[in-house]
Design a protein around this ligand. Structure first.
Ligand SMILES: Nc1nc2c(ncn2[C@@H]2O[C@H](COP(=O)(O)OP(=O)(O)OP(=O)(O)O)[C@@H](O)[C@H]2O)c(=O)[nH]1
Ligand SMILES: [Zn+2]
Length: 352
């Protein structure tokens, strides 16, 4: 049975960019294995690779196709179709990988930030994922999984609410089916939802429940690898029978940010900072710092301020090129340019 492109989440934004040349078709990327992609078009599924011509035009890793992208394909009748164009994205989710961006998925309506209510629950992790998700252009939703094994749900919800103002939070359990209807509300025809979060929080289990069949193997039934367990290793776009599209992503160990919108995730700090005496206040030891005053008054937790400053350092570091990064590192180590110069000079003497 062939599914229509509508079932794969086609919206008018992309439907109006249907190619008119013969031999060129509109398709959506459903999976990626190194340089090879899997794509769906109106007549079926094909393996595809970026055409030589397109490769020359693409300058950075973020320009290359990723799961969820809408593309133009040629040669769909052959073993390997060619990706000739990647249509401009309405949203794109990316993480940092070394000093590069690694794309996770494109053209999402919603990002489900999955966090389990037991071992994985961590406010600092939530802030990190929220920062990545806000940056994508899609709407983040916090999905708290495994409610069946949590004794203090309301306590955790209250703590999370303080760091996620304006973000919808869903408490669910795949075991009891609690919250599944709220999840399904976000997976409607024309919508694309990516599931992100640490390994083992239950992303594949939720997706299987939505899709209505065990399309993705979850932990118990996966073949064992060396470490005695096996988890999702690649991203995959799947159609939900009742409408909508979901993208499963491999569990992330430590999420490194590439770019991010801290003002949104830390709106409380951003708004406090407007009351600081200095415009460029770092909220470290400056006089007249409204942020530090809020910490002292117990209105803002030290942990949250530290988390903000940590992410800020990480992001400003990512925005630099390799040479600048080296300099920034030295500057941090030696506390400023003059100190650094003295060190460099001293080391030159030593080597001469
Ligand atoms: N108690 C409980 N266990 C759950 C629930 N959902 C998932 N699990 C269990 O959690 C384990 C991991 O679930 P997965 O769905 O494979 O987790 P995942 O997030 O897809 O993991 P990766 O593929 O590694 O990213 C499995 O043993 C599931 O049975 C739940 O709601 N309650
Ligand atoms: Zn300040």
């Amino acid at each position: 049975m062939n599914l229509t492109l509508q079932q794969y989440g086609l919206t008018t934004t992309f439907a109006t960019q249907m190619p008119t040349l013969t031999g060129v078709v509109l398709a959506r990327i459903t999976a990626q294995h190194r340089d090879l992609y899997q794509a769906v078009y109106e007549a079926g599924t094909v393996t595809a690779a970026v055409s030589g011509k397109l490769r020359h035009q693409l300058s950075t890793s973020v320009d290359f196709p990723t799961v969820g992208d809408w593309v133009w394909l040629t040669n769909v009748a052959s073993d390997q179709a060619q990706i000739e164009r990647v249509l401009p994205r309405v949203s794109v989710l990316a993480r940092g990988a070394g000093n590069q961006a690694q794309l996770i998925a494109a053209n999402l309506t919603t990002v489900f930030i999955c966090m389990s209510l037991n071992a994985d629950f961590n406010l600092r992790r939530a802030e990190r994922y929220l920062t990545m998700a806000w940056e994508s252009g899609a709407t983040p939703v916090l999905v708290l999984t495994k409610a069946d094994v949590c004794q203090d749900v309301s306590q955790k919800l209250a703590a999370l609410a303080e760091v996620s103002v304006g973000v919808e939070t869903i408490v669910c359990s795949a075991k009891t089916a609690d919250g599944m209807a709220l999840i399904a509300d976000h997976v409607q025809p024309g919508q694309t939802v990516a599931f992100v979060g640490s390994s083992g929080v239950g992303k594949s289990t939720l997706i299987n429940a939505l899709v209505g069949q065990p399309l993705l193997s979850t932990r118990e039934i996966r073949a064992d690898d060396d470490k005695g367990r096996h988890t999702t290793t690649s991203r995959q776009l799947l159609v939900v029978p009742s409408g909508g599209v979901v993208i499963d992503t491999p569990g992330m160990r430590a999420l490194q940010l590439y770019t991010g919108d801290l003002a949104k995730t830390f709106e409380d700090i951003a708004s406090l900072a407007r009351g600081c005496k200095f415009n460029d206040c770092r909220h470290v030891n400056e006089p007249g710092c409204a942020v530090l005053a809020a910490v002292a008054a117990g209105q803002l937790s030290t942990e949250r301020l530290q988390s903000y400053q940590k992410l800020q350092r990480e992001l400003s570091y990512q925005g630099l090129d390799a040479r600048q990064r080296e300099q920034a590192k030295l500057q941090r180590m030696f506390g400023g340019k003059s100190a650094m110069k003295a060190v460099v000079k001293a080391s030159r003497h030593r080597h001469s």
